[in-house]
Structure formats: C-alpha cells, structure tokens
Write a protein that binds this ligand. Structure first.
Ligand SMILES: Cc1cc2nc3c(=O)[nH]c(=O)nc-3n(C[C@H](O)[C@H](O)[C@H](O)COP(=O)(O)OP(=O)(O)OC[C@H]3O[C@@H](n4cnc5c(N)ncnc54)[C@H](O)[C@@H]3O)c2cc1C
Length: 571
C-alpha cells in the first residue's frame, strides 16, 4: 500500500506546529490536521524559556517571535501580607537567549503557523478532526472528518499525536495517563491596556487564595487566581472577576478583558510516548500545573527531540529503533518538570497558615545565605535535560597525565551544549547555531576535526548529516580559516566563552546532536572511534545496509509487527 505523506501530525497547537516546521525544513512531507476552525486563542502560556527560544532560532522564526516577548522577566514572590519573600531573576545567556521571557501564546503560535507557508511539503488542514487510526507494520491510516463532514483518510509512514491534554489518539491507543488532577480549578484573565504597567511577574502565595500576575507584550496583563471549593459555578461571571481584581486595580469594572477562562490543572504522564508508528508529543504525552511555566516549553523540547529522529528514519538514514530513544530521553526530564511544577504549586497555593509561615521562614533564611539566594534567583532549581540513555555515548574521565582531573571536571554527555557568540571568517559575530547550522556538529577546540578522522569515517558524516566545526581563539581565526580543509566551518571565540567552557572539562572534542544535546565527548585522538560509537547509538544505517533498501525496510517491519493495534476508534 502506498503513502499519501511521510508524517501526519494531529493537532496544530505549538507542538504540532513546531514539529511541522522542523520536518518542513528537512524536506519531509507532512500533513497537519487541526480540528479547530483556527488556532486556539484562549489565554494559556505566558513564559517561554531560553531552550525554546533556541528552537525558534533553529527553525528560522526567532525574529518574528521576539516582538511578542518580554525578555528577562523577573518574578517576585510575595506572601499573604504582600511582603517579597523571593526574587527569580536569571541573567544567564548560556543558550544565547534570556532564560525567562514573558510571551503571548496565541501570537507566537500564529508565527509558527505562518512559518509553514515556507514549505510546499507541509499541508495544514483546519476543520479536520482525526476520528480513527489503523496501523499495520508499514504505516498508519488516519481517518478524519473533513470540512463539510465527509469522512476521509490519509495514509502515512508515521503519525505524531500533538492533540493536547485530552488527546483522542492517546485514548484510542489505550495508553494510560497516570497522575493527579487538582481538586480546585484556576481562573485566568487577560486584560488589554495594562492597568498596572510594571514589567515583572508577581506570584502571590497568600494562604487565603493563591494568585499570580504578569506583564505581557503589547500592553496585555495576565491574572491567575485559584478558585476555591464552592466558587466553581460563578468563577467565570463578571461579578467574580471584579471581586478577584478588587485588591489589584482601582476600578475592576473599567477593565478591558480580552480573554478569560477557568481551567482544571493536571499533573499526568502517558504510559508510553510511542505505540508502533504513532508517537505522542506535548500535552498529549504530559500535562503539568502552570506555575513553573513549562507545559509549552516541554512540548517544544519533545518536538526538537523528535524532529531530527523522525526525519532520519523517514529518509532511510536511521533504523526505526531510533524512535524508541524519544521516550527514553524525554520521560525522566518531563517527570522532573512535573515534580517541579507540583512543588512550586504547593508552595504558592498552600492554604495552611502554618505551612505558609514555614515557607516564609525558609525564604527569610535563604535570603541571608548568598549562595542559596543566588541559586533561587538564577533558577538553579530548574531541571535541565541530562540524558543518560538514548542517543548518547556515556563517557568517563580520561586516563591521561596531561589532563589533570579536579572536582570541577564535569562530564557533559547528555547535557545541552551552550550557545556562545562566535566570530566567522568574514569578521561577523553571531550566535553559534547561526554560524554552524543546527544539524549534527562535530565540534573540536583548537584542532582541525578533518585531520582527526579516517576517510572511511568522514564518508559517513553526510549519512549522519554532520558538519565539522573547528573553534579557535579569535586571534587564530584568519590563519585557521585559510588552512581549513574543505567542508570544515572555522569559528573564533571572541570573548573566550568557549575556551572557559573547555577549560574546566577533561575533553576537547564533542559530537553535538541537532537538538544541541552532547552525544559524545573525547580527547582529540579518540574522535574517530567516538564518532563510530555515535553512529551506532544514532541507529545510523551504514551505506552498505542502506543499499539493501527493501531488506532494511523488512527488518523494520518485523520489529514493529508485535504491537500494532487493530483499528482504534476515537471516542
Ligand atoms: C492558564 C495556562 C497557563 C499556561 N502557562 C504556561 C507557561 O507559562 N509556559 C508554558 O510552557 N506552558 C504554559 N501552559 C501550557 C501550554 O499552554 C500547553 O502546554 C501547550 O499549549 C500545549 O501545546 P500542545 O501543542 O501540546 O497542545 P494544544 O495547544 O492543546 O494543541 C492541541 C491541538 O490539537 C487539536 N486537536 C485535538 N484533538 C484533535 C483531533 N482529534 N484532530 C485534529 N486536531 C485535534 C486541538 O484543537 C488543538 O489545536 C499554560 C497553560 C494554561 C492553561
């Protein structure tokens, strides 16, 4: 049976849209089905982090996203008496962008949709609800109700369900969604012509009622209030909204409310992120309380983890087993984010006076301890991706007298490579990813990577899709650029940021994935051997096997056959 497309994505939320952009850039044929008549416009995410901004940069849309952000938005946490008990104000640019940015989700989601106009290979269909899936060893047939109500079908090699927290796909596939649902909902209000106007976000840990407010771009202000037991029925009425805002603005009845909505918050994670040829991403795979601002951001991490893997499998460059690493890598990090969100939620919405007093006391102690205070302010409590399995080659400290090891010699495999500003051969200074591209990169400090690889290994670089990057002190840039072998990108390190990064590490060569995760690290002389291990970890089909064509396909079908479900109606 043939295919209508390579990949069907179900759901044009931020995750489906980002994945469609990532696949569009890689030339993969995508059909994106969206049940709604247009994108969701109700009030949701207000915080985009530096990792997600780097993804926006990678898909070429960051300039369009930036006008809808408040960079470096500070959070002030206050107690029930309005006293500031903590400030979160990270100033790092480790990934090239401010760590905390306020933003307006519907406007950024629109940028992601408009970005798809660049790709003839991505088709978006609104008013199109997926109703049924049927998968076999070779592909998935997705049935949908088209505009006008007719039932149609589209057949794809792979399907990604990015259909939100109440994902019909997840339910149809019988995938569990374990976790908890908060007993009381939250009221969210967006107001135009910001009646407060101050730039920061405020989290109110009042035992009487938890609340939050944020300044957003374009004069928009967000308020969020806990709805207490017994208030649910009237939570969306004008009277209730005015009552909530009475302590915040002089005249609540004079506000220009542009969106309001009552939400029930969940903390849940799907039992698996892959079933046969269907993958779950974003809220379909995990949901979390909003206070840590990590639902949208976690979904973007899913998309960037999945994008390059799906493209490699569709292109026949990697074995389908590569897609199992998506769940292996993302699950622990998502669970950690859910844990953080639950803890922050308990901290700021606790209704016990005793617990609130204990929190305030702890905050007072922390404010007296500079190291801990800095840890809170810099958001050092935020879990960072650190993959121990998946497409990584675990490292151990090298045995070389020339590489002295100290307590601050960290191993970096599985973590994100930073994004410093670098200088290119033409003298321009730019962010690393703009200078090197965002596919696989073999990054070597002060050594020509081409000279460290055997020709037979170098031949495999295009199969992986890797670029060779030689980073040198900026002073050496003209010389190194003139000497560079064909295909090697040479960049200078004008502020010494890259040197300082390598200064405290016991290695000088890295293999970095398209999602910026360090897949491997080694001494220069070990690069060839290490790259071979990366090729294995990335399930790369080496040319001899790829040439087998149908045989390689057959091997993949055998692997998928056992868990292919029957037709799965969507309730
Ligand atoms: C009040 C609030 C505040 C938040 N604040 C933050 C924050 O500050 N930072 C943050 O990171 N996150 C935040 N979030 C979470 C964030 O909004 C979500 O995590 C994010 O929107 C999830 O994106 P998604 O693409 O996975 O799903 P969604 O955005 O829910 O998109 C799913 C899409 O799938 C479509 N769909 C559903 N079923 C079908 C079907 N059968 N066929 C076709 N299409 C279908 C839907 O119509 C929808 O368009 C907040 C959420 C809320 C509610």
């Amino acid at each position: 049976m043939g295919y209508d497309t390579d990949v069907v994505i179900i759901g044009a939320g931020p995750v489906g849209l980002t994945l469609a952009n990532l696949l569009g850039l890689r030339g993969i044929d995508v059909v994106l089905l969206e049940a709604g008549h247009e994108l969701i416009d109700y009030p949701r995410a207000v915080g985009i982090d530096d990792e997600a901004m780097r993804v926006m940069q990678g898909i070429g849309l960051v300039e369009e996203v930036l006008p809808h952000t408040v960079p470096d938005q500070q959070i002030r946490m206050v107690n029930g008496r309005g006293k500031v008990i903590g400030v979160i104000d990270p100033t790092t640019r480790v990934f090239g962008w401010p760590r905390r940015n306020g933003f307006v989700q519907p406007l950024v989601d629109r940028v992601l949709l408009d970005g798809l106009d660049r790709f003839a290979n991505v088709r978006v269909q609104f008013d199109t609800r997926m109703t049924q899936l049927r998968q076999d060893g070779e592909g998935v047939t997705v049935q949908y109700s088209a505009p006008g109500g007719q039932e149609r079908a589209v057949r794809a090699k792979w399907v990604v369900a990015a259909d939100g927290g109440s994902s019909g796909t997840r339910k149809a596939l019988g995938i569990s969604f374990e976790g908890e649902t908060r007993k009381t909902p939250g009221l969210v209000i967006d107001v135009a012509n910001d009646p407060i106007g101050t730039p920061h976000a405020v989290f109110g840990g009042d035992p009487k009622r938890g609340w939050a407010t944020l300044s957003l771009p374009h004069g928009i202000r967000r308020w969020e209030f806990n709805v207490l037991p017994g208030e649910e029925d009237r939570a969306e009425t004008d009277a209730f909204v005015h009552e909530m805002l009475a302590d915040h603005v002089p005249d609540p009845s004079a506000l220009n409310i542009i969106r309001r909505r009552v939400y029930t918050f969940n903390a849940r994670i799907a039992g698996t992120f892959r079933k046969g040829r269907v993958l779950l991403a974003g809220d379909a795979a995990h949901v979390m309380p909003v206070v840590a601002g990590q639902g949208w951001n976690s979904g973007i991490r899913d998309a960037v983890n999945l994008g390059w893997k799906l493209a490699a499998v569709v292109d026949g460059r990697a074995d389908a087993g590569l897609l199992d690493t998506y769940d292996q890598e993302r699950r622990d990090h998502v669970a950690a984010m859910i844990g953080l969100s639950l803890n922050m939620s308990r901290l700021m919405t606790n209704r016990s006076r005793l617990a609130s007093a204990a929190r305030d006391l702890s905050a007072a102690v922390i404010s007296k301890l500079p190291k801990l205070k800095a840890q809170v302010s810099s958001q050092g409590f935020k879990p960072m991706p650190q993959y121990e399995r998946g497409v990584v080659v675990p490292s151990s400290l090298p045995r070389s007298k020339s590489v002295p090891i100290s307590a601050d010699s960290p191993l970096s495999v599985g973590t994100l490579f930073p994004q410093p500003r670098v200088r290119t051969a033409d003298g321009a200074e730019k962010l690393l990813d703009d200078a090197t591209g965002t596919d696989w990169r073999v990054i070597v400090w002060n050594n020509d990577p081409a000279a460290l690889l055997r020709p037979s290994t170098a031949e495999l670089l295009p199969v992986l899709g890797a670029t060779l990057v030689h980073i040198v002190p900026a002073a050496q840039l003209p010389w190194a650029s003139a000497q560079a072998a064909a295909g090697v990108t040479v960049v200078g390190d004008p502020a010494g940021e890259v040197k300082r990064w390598f200064d405290v590490r016991p290695f000088s060569a890295l293999v970095v994935r398209p999602d910026h995760v360090i897949a491997a690290e080694c001494l220069a002389q070990e690069l060839d051997e290490t790259l071979q291990k990366v090729l294995t970890a990335a399930r790369v089909i080496r040319p001899a096997a790829a040439d087998l064509g149908p045989a390689a396909d057959a091997a993949r079908l055998v692997e998928l056959a056992p868990d292919t479900p029957e037709a799965a109606p969507v309730g």
